[in-house]
Ligand binder design. Structure first.
Ligand code: ADP
Ligand code: ZN
Length: 599
């Protein structure tokens, strides 16, 4: 039998396995179950495509993302795998056509939606087909504890009994511990291999800017990356429309995407984005679940997301090809106020608490002097081992860090001297020396700290209090009129045993990930991109399915002149070599001749 490494090289054109891909594939080949938690872009699809090429019989992939199935089948066919799909989008004839192929054993990889799978007798008829293994994508949909529960998935709980000797592998990119357990027990996985890949997306650069003029800031961010694909996320439909119009007014074609548009228009806009006909899409979070475009180079959040989880998922759509991409968050405290307002309307108390806790972590991400990557990974229960990640604005020195211990002491002292009985507004009034009825009533103008902070603005003190809260120096009590209490860390700062650092967001500095961001020969890169587009048009598939940006960039660096060196490029396998190799080799050779100095 051929080795997985050989297939990886020959068919997929990759030189080595990522993370735990090898272990997962070996488990399938050994006919055992597995549970795989891997971040978006981690390389799950390879894990369930590759064994199909090695094992006799039919590999079945169950996925709820009907909109993506055709793409995935196209992509698999590009690799030379005989793939088909069955879902409600097929006509009767198409459906029957696939069934015939299945019976004749002409299919190696079958994508199918959970409701089709559950259809009466379907899994029974699969039994006659000798199935090699079943992969369940987006497996968290089976859990009511997850954020994306789909009742259809419950039908899969009998799968291991029905197909008793067939290995089952569950894949997901998002699952809390509770959901993980739920997946394993509902699917009745049998002593599964447990793989939990790191959630670190090494090629993503995280940065935060203070939001001042959001449209202008979005425009600048887009202008820095003119020829690249990006998503701008806004919270409301109105903001989406406004931003798209604003960009268009500055000669940047941008399409809107939100739940208020017709299905057709949405599909159309998404399609244009996918095919690189338009570079920028402005969207609410309605956009994303179905987007599987690998060359998204930047994500801008014009408004604050509600949770770090949401932020991670949304930024996770960038850089799936492994090339550097930037995630910019425009942060304003006003946004957190708006979100709080909505959380406050939630009836259920537990849910409301959860909402506040989520929001608080999101604000910390934007304000606290701790590596952004570290914070994200901590959120997912992962310890980031290094001091400096070199991939966020804090670690790469893009942000000014200012010591503000004295100011912090003024606030903490005012809280202490008033017996921890007051809220943020009143404490700021004391430090600022405001003349209010409440101050006179409580005779707080007689306090030692009264007016010690006159020089600074009210908003300075307000945001300092927020910083103290988010850095865990002050705690806010629950309830309608939250009071400030001093934590242990706050006490240490008050006593001068520890210093207090605030970070200032420096605006509009160009920042990117450095490591992989090697310069390439731009004219050649452009030329290769246009060839790619032509190949893609001819086959009516998105450009990145021909080759990723990363592959093209590597070609520009390595300048392969024959087939064997072209095969050495990441992302070029035998199939793609025979399909497209000659056009690219010709272009590279032509380019070298044109720039070679005369002898
Ligand atoms: P997921 O399904 O986990 O979101 P994908 O399977 O779409 O991720 O993979 C993301 C990208 O990584 C794709 O462009 C894929 O070709 C690439 N990739 C996967 N495995 C490898 C590997 N071993 N070496 C290099 N690139 C890989
Ligand atoms: Zn960092």
């Amino acid at each position: 039998m051929m080795q997985p490494e050989q297939i990886l090289k020959d068919k997929f054109g990759f030189s080595e396995f990522r993370y735990d891909q090898k272990q997962i594939i070996d488990t399938v080949l050994n006919r055992k179950d597995a549970f795989v938690l891997m971040p978006t872009g981690g390389g799950k699809s390879l894990c369930y495509q590759l064994p199909a090429l090695l094992m006799p019989g039919l590999a079945v992939v169950i996925s709820p993302l009907i909109a993506l199935m055709k793409d995935q089948v196209d992509a698999a066919r590009e690799l030379g795998v005989e793939a088909e799909y069955l879902n409600s989008s097929l006509s009767r004839d198409e459906y029957r056509g696939v069934l015939v192929k299945l019976k004749r054993g002409q299919v190696r990889l079958l994508y199918i939606s959970p409701e089709r799978f559950a259809l009466d007798g379907f899994s029974q008829s699969l039994l006659d087909l000798s199935i090699s293994y079943v992969a369940i994508d987006e497996a968290h949909c089976i859990s009511e504890w997850g954020h994306d529960f789909r009742p259809d998935y419950l039908n899969l709980s009998l799968i291991t009994e029905k197909l008793h000797a067939v290995p089952v592998v569950a894949f997901t990119a998002t699952a809390t511990i509770r959901v993980q357990g739920d997946i394993v027990s509902r699917l009745k996985l049998r002593d599964p291999l447990f793989v939990r890949a790191s959630f670190d997306r090494k090629n993503l650069y995280y940065r935060v800017e203070r939001k001042s003029d959001v449209l202008d800031q979005v425009l600048k961010a887009v202008q820095q990356r003119q020829d690249e694909s990006g998503i701008i996320y806004r919270t409301t439909r109105k903001a989406v429309e406004e931003t798209a119009v604003f960009l268009a007014g500055h000669s940047i074609p941008a399409l809107p995407y939100h739940a208020g548009l017709s299905d057709e228009l949405r599909r159309d806009n998404q399609d244009k984005f996918k095919k690189d006909e338009v570079r920028v899409i402005v969207a609410t979070i309605a956009f994303g679940m179905g987007i599987d475009k690998s060359n998204i180079r930047y994500i801008v959040h014009g408004d604050l997301p509600r949770s770090l989880d949401a932020y991670y998922q949304e930024t996770g759509r960038a850089g799936r090809d492994g090339d550097p991409a930037t995630c910019l968050l425009l942060f304003s405290r006003g946004d957190s106020g708006k979100i709080s307002y909505f959380i406050n309307q939630v009836e259920d108390e537990a849910e409301r608490k959860r909402g506040y806790a989520q929001l608080s972590r999101m604000i910390s991400y934007a304000t606290v002097n701790v590596c952004r990557r570290k914070q994200i990974l901590n959120y997912f229960g992962e310890e980031y081992p290094r001091e400096n990640c070199a991939g966020c604005d804090l670690c790469s020195g893009e942000v000014r860090k200012t010591e503000a211990t004295r100011s912090a002491q003024m606030i903490l002292s005012a809280v202490a001297r008033t017996g921890e009985h007051f809220g943020a507004g009143h404490i700021v009034d004391i430090v600022q020396g405001a003349d209010t009825k409440k101050i006179r009533g409580f005779r707080h103008h007689l306090l030692k700290t009264y007016g010690v902070g006159r020089e600074q603005s009210k908003s300075y003190w307000r945001s300092l209090v927020d910083d103290l809260i988010h850095q865990g120096c002050l705690q806010r009590t629950e309830g309608k009129y939250p009071l400030l209490k001093i934590s242990e860390r706050g006490t240490r700062i008050l006593l001068g045993e520890e210093e207090f650092i605030v970070i200032e967001h420096v605006q509009n500095r160009k920042a990117r990930l450095r490591s992989e961001d090697l310069p390439v020969d731009e004219p050649l890169f452009e030329k290769l991109k246009s060839i790619r587009l032509a190949c893609a048009r001819k086959r009516n598939i998105p450009a990145y399915m021909v080759f990723s940006d990363r592959t093209l960039r590597e070609m520009c660096r390595v300048l392969p002149l024959d087939e064997s060196s072209l095969l050495g490029i990441t992302g070029v396998g035998e199939r793609k070599l025979s399909q497209y190799g000659s056009s690219f080799l010709k272009a590279i050779a032509g380019h070298i001749e044109a720039v070679e100095p005369d002898a």
